[in-house]
Write a protein that binds this ligand. Structure first.
Ligand code: NDP
Length: 318
C-alpha cells in the first residue's frame, strides 16, 4: 500500500503517490480505461487525485468525478486548478482575477460532483492581476468551504514567498507547490525547494517518469511504441518531444542496472527517486493503463542508498 506524507505545515495527509489525469482522461484514454485506472489507484491505496479545469477542456474533471462517484468523500483528497480559459475566451475567462477564480471553482465543483476540493491550486502565476486580489479570492473560497487548502503550480521561489506572506496575513496558509520534477528535470532544486522548505510548503511533483521516457520504453533510434503518449496526436506527442533525444534515451537505458540492484523497474526507480527529496510530499503520476498504476505505486517506501543516487547523477550527467 501507499505511504502518506503531510502536505506542507498542514495536518492534511496525502498519498505519496498521487494520481493525475492530464492528457489522458477525456482525451487519449476512453472513459472505461480512465475508470479502470482510477480503480487501480484506489485498489493500490492511492487516495489523492489531481486534475485541472483546463485538462481536456473540462472533460478530465468530469471523467474523474464520474469515476470517483460512490466513493466515501472523507477518504479522498481531490485537487484541482484554476488559471487557463475553459470557455470561448471572453476577456475574463483566464488568469487569477477574483471573477475568474470565483466562477471557475463553481464549475470545477459541479464537474467533480463534490461540495469542496481539498486543494485548490493556481495553475500558473498571473502577472497581470494584483497578487493581493488573487490571494483574497482564495481566502474567501477557503472561508466559504469550497476549498480546504490552497496551493500553487510552477511559481518561482519569489512568487511563492510573496503568496505565502499574503496568505498568512489573510488568515490561511499556502501549503503546496506543484512543479515539474524528475531525474531529467531538476530545476526546482536550486531555489523553489529551499524556499518552500523554509516556509513549510511541500512539492507535489508532476511527470515523475518524464511522461514515460524514464520507463525506458523509448529506446534510442527505435520506433515509438504503439499507443504511447509519443504517438498521441491529440496533444501528448507534442508535450513529450522535449525528452525524445537519443543521448537522453541512451542514458535512461544505462539506469537499468541501478534499478536491477534495487529489484525495481525503471518506472519504479524514477518514482522512488523523486520521493527521496524530503520536500516532496507526492509523486504525481499519470497512467494510460491500470497496470502502469499497479507497477508505479510499488515505488512507495523505497529507499535509494546514497551510492546509487550518486551513480544515477553520474549516468545522467548531473
Ligand atoms: P508521468 O511522468 O507519470 O507520465 C505518465 C505517462 O507515462 C502515462 O500516461 C503513460 O503514458 C506513461 N507511463 C507511466 N507509467 C508507465 C509504465 N509503468 N510503463 C510504461 N509507460 C508508463 O506523469 P504525467 O506527465 O502524466 O503527469 C502526471 C500528472 O501531473 C498529471 O496528470 C497532472 O495531474 C499533473 N501535471 C501538472 C502540470 C502542472 O502544470 N501543474 C503539468 C503536467 C502534469 P503512455 O502509456 O501513453 O505512454
Amino acid at each position: 500500500m501507499v505511504n502518506y506524507r503531510y502536505l506542507g505545515n498542514s495536518g492534511l495527509k496525502i498519498s505519496e503517490i498521487t494520481y493525475g489525469n492530464w492528457l489522458t482522461h477525456g482525451s487519449q484514454v476512453e472513459n472505461d480505461a480512465a475508470t479502470a485506472c482510477v480503480r487501480a489507484a484506489l485498489d493500490a491505496g492511492i487516495s489523492t487525485f489531481d486534475t485541472a479545469d483546463v485538462y481536456a477542456n473540462t472533460k478530465a474533471e468530469q471523467v474523474l468525478g464520474d469515476a470517483l462517484k460512490g466513493e466515501r468523500r472523507e477518504s479522498l483528497e481531490i485537487f484541482t486548478k484554476v488559471y487557463w480559459p475553459t470557455g470561448p475566451g471572453g476577456p475574463n475567462d483566464t488568469g487569477l482575477s477574483r471573477k475568474h477564480i470565483m466562477e471557475s471553482i463553481n464549475g470545477s465543483l459541479t464537474r467533480l460532483g463534490t461540495d469542496y476540493v481539498d486543494l485548490y491550486q493556481a495553475h500558473r502565476f498571473d502577472t497581470e492581476t494584483p497578487l493581493e486580489e488573487t490571494m483574497q479570492a482564495f481566502a474567501d473560497i477557503v472561508r466559504q468551504g469550497k476549498a480546504l487548502y490552497i496551493g500553487v503550480s510552477e511559481w518561482t521561489a519569489d512568487q511563492i514567498r510573496a503568496g505565502h506572506a499574503l496568505s498568512k496575513e489573510l488568515g490561511f496558509q499556502l501549503i503546496s507547490s506543484q512543479p515539474q520534477y524528475s531525474m531529467l528535470w531538476r530545476v526546482i532544486e536550486d531555489e523553489v525547494v529551499p524556499t518552500s522548505a523554509e516556509l513549510g510548503i511541500s512539492q507535489i511533483v508532476w511527470s515523475p517518469v518524464a511522461q514515460g521516457v524514464l520507463t525506458g520504453k523509448y529506446a534510442p533510434g527505435a520506433e515509438l511504441p504503439a499507443g504511447s503518449r509519443a504517438t498521441d496526436e491529440k496533444g501528448g506527442a507534442n508535450m513529450i518531444k522535449r525528452f525524445l533525444d537519443d543521448d537522453v534515451l541512451r542514458r535512461v537505458q544505462e539506469l537499468k542496472p541501478v534499478a536491477d540492484e534495487l529489484d525495481l523497474s525503471l518506472a519504479q526507480l524514477a518514482v522512488a527517486w523523486v520521493l527521496q527529496n524530503k520536500n516532496v510530499a507526492a509523486a504525481l503520476i499519470g497512467a494510460s493503463r491500470p497496470e502502469q498504476v499497479a507497477e508505479n505505486v510499488k515505488a512507495s517506501g523505497v529507499v535509494i542508498p546514497d551510492e546509487l543516487l550518486t551513480k544515477i547523477d553520474t549516468i545522467l550527467g548531473d
